[in-house]
Ligand binder design. Structure first.
Ligand SMILES: *Cc1c(COP(=O)(O)O)cnc(C)c1O
Length: 503
């Protein structure tokens, strides 16, 4: 059956095919695309034991991307989950100190965003050709570090696409910067901006909404697209690894088909854990969805009280990819919990923009009872990293440690056990991880610290780190906020615009 997508805010009832929703990204009324109904997964899970990641991914994705043929979907899956990953398990499940972890950091940039970004370019390309769109796609994104590199790696040398990434010069870690500015691929461009992340993001948003620029692009055979985490082409590929983890647990004999397995997810923009929610609605036997937050605990407060309140200080933590006060994907859970009342959903989102706060009804709250929020302080995160290292020699990254802390708090309440979703390699955050384990291991050079981490963890330094040690710098463009548009124009061969005022 054909599945159509609609906006969480109504959008005059317009329905889009899956491929159209991938291309659009966001609905015209600012809402997020949700499926008209949530499909049921009716393959026997035990029949997928030992069949590999791709087989499970196919069974899940075909339910959401119903206008893709089997060949098209397999083409996307085969090109996404290949030897870019350092293990053909793609998402290995492992046990340490009596706790299961699903490692989602074996892709090209050693963080979980690779799970979805490696398939997005292929879903997008198939969607474009399906809809007869001839222009080349220009992916433009602002990054505070991780997403930019994952998007660059995903789109590098994908034909008929260009990718331009803006990052705050001086505002990302040296390893993150090196990862980006050594990026290969004739279609990639990385630009440092003299400004902070917000400046980069507003600059990009402004260009996306600039009609004159869009017209110029069309004349030159280009159109903009974004690779951000609210695209259904990023959200639904994440559903697959929850099924995969459950199937692996059956295969290991850790659970029986039908047991209620809990998942603990380190959460920022609410995309990862929302994928688990969809898996549960599709019929996977998930018990609790444990939403783990760092000190930016806006989601913990929301699940405790029903009030979402972003009016608070933004705290910089050792888990920066979870330093978020507006979790965009939560809008989809709100919509489903309101039984599709898009008017109420639109009102709550308007309240969030205008007042910074909203409260959901008690009936909507009762529909979210599968979620439990737990948060970890910076001290608890460091203690958890040290605890796992001391008890089992396993080294956690700080994001995973937030979830591992939550998992320990909840352990006695999980009858069938739980799986911690592990979202980054500790090599990405060597400084804070070594500091937690033993401050005397901290050095001023990240690569030196990587070697020390390898020695104490007995895990090889990943290729993603080794490959940037001596790599050539391929991108050295730095521009002012004002000059962002002309930098894009020059990259794409468009005429420059005159800047007003002084430079
Ligand atoms: C993005 C990210 C998260 C948060 O995931 P969401 O889907 O935004 O909730 C957690 N950990 C790491 C390492 C990330 O990069």
């Amino acid at each position: 059956m054909d599945l159509k997508y609609i906006s969480t805010r109504g959008d005059a009832g317009i329905k889009y095919s899956p491929s159209e929703a991938v291309i659009k990204g966001l609905a015209d009324d600012g809402g997020l695309f949700v499926p008209e109904y949530i499909p049921k997964f009716d393959v026997k899970l035990s029949s997928l034991v030992g069949k590999g990641y791709k087989a499970t991914a196919y069974e899940v994705l075909k339910l959401f991307f119903t206008d893709f043929s089997k060949e098209e979907l397999m083409y996307c899956i085969d090109n996404a989950y290949d030897d870019k990953f350092d293990t053909d398990l793609i998402a290995p499940l492992c046990e340490h100190d009596g706790q299961y972890f699903l490692e989602l950091f074996h892709g090209p940039t050693i963080a979980f965003k690779d799970m979805a970004l490696s398939i997005l370019p292929h879903l997008l390309k198939v969607s474009l050709s399906k809809n007869g769109i001839k222009e080349k796609i220009v992916i433009m994104t602002a990054t505070s570090g991780d997403t930019g590199k994952a998007a660059l790696a995903a789109f590098s040398d994908v034909s008929d696409t260009r990718i331009i990434v803006f990052y705050p010069k001086g505002g990302v870690s040296r390893i993150q910067e090196l990862q980006m500015i050594t990026q290969k691929g004739g279609n990639t461009k990385v630009i440092g901006v003299k400004g902070n992340f917000d400046d980069c993001q507003s600059g990009v948003k402004k260009m996306f909404n600039d009609d004159a620029l869009k017209e110029d692009l069309l004349k030159h055979g280009y159109r903009f697209s974004s690779a951000n985490s609210i695209n259904i082409g990023r959200l639904f590929p994440q559903v697959a690894y929850y099924f995969y983890a459950y199937i692996k647990m059956i295969g290991e004999g850790a659970i029986k088909e039908g047991d209620a397995l809990d998942f603990v997810v380190p959460t920022g923009n609410f995309g990862n854990i929302l994928a688990a929610y969809y898996a549960k609605q599709m019929g996977l036997n998930i018990g609790k969805l444990i939403c783990a937050s760092n000190e930016n605990k806006v989601l913990y407060d929301f699940f405790e009280t029903g009030t979402y309140d972003r009016r608070r200080d933004f705290i910089l933590t050792t888990s920066p990819s979870m330093d978020i006060l507006i979790s965009s994907n939560l809008e989809r859970l709100i919509y489903h919990s309101l039984d599709g009342d898009h008017k109420e959903c639109a009102k709550l989102m308007r309240d969030l923009t205008e007042k910074g706060v909203y409260t959901v009804s008690s009936s909507a709250r009762s529909k979210m009872a599968d979620f439990t929020g737990i948060f970890a302080t910076e001290e608890q995160v460091a203690d958890t990293i040290r605890r796992y290292y001391e008890r089992s020699g396993y080294v956690l990254d700080p994001h995973t440690a937030v979830a591992a802390y939550a998992g320990l708090q909840y352990k006695d309440k999980s009858p069938a056990g739980s799986v911690i979703i592990s979202t980054a390699s500790p090599y990405k955050f060597v400084g804070s991880v070594l500091k937690a384990i033993d401050p005397s291991l901290v050095a001023d050079d990240d690569f030196k610290m990587a070697d020390r981490m390898s020695r104490i963890s007995k895990v090889d330094v990943p290729a993603a780190i080794n490959s940037i040690r001596n790599a050539n710098i391929l991108h050295d463009t730095v521009c002012t906020v004002e000059d962002m548009e002309n930098t894009v124009r020059s990259e794409l061969g468009l005429t420059q615009i005159e800047l007003h005022g002084s430079v």
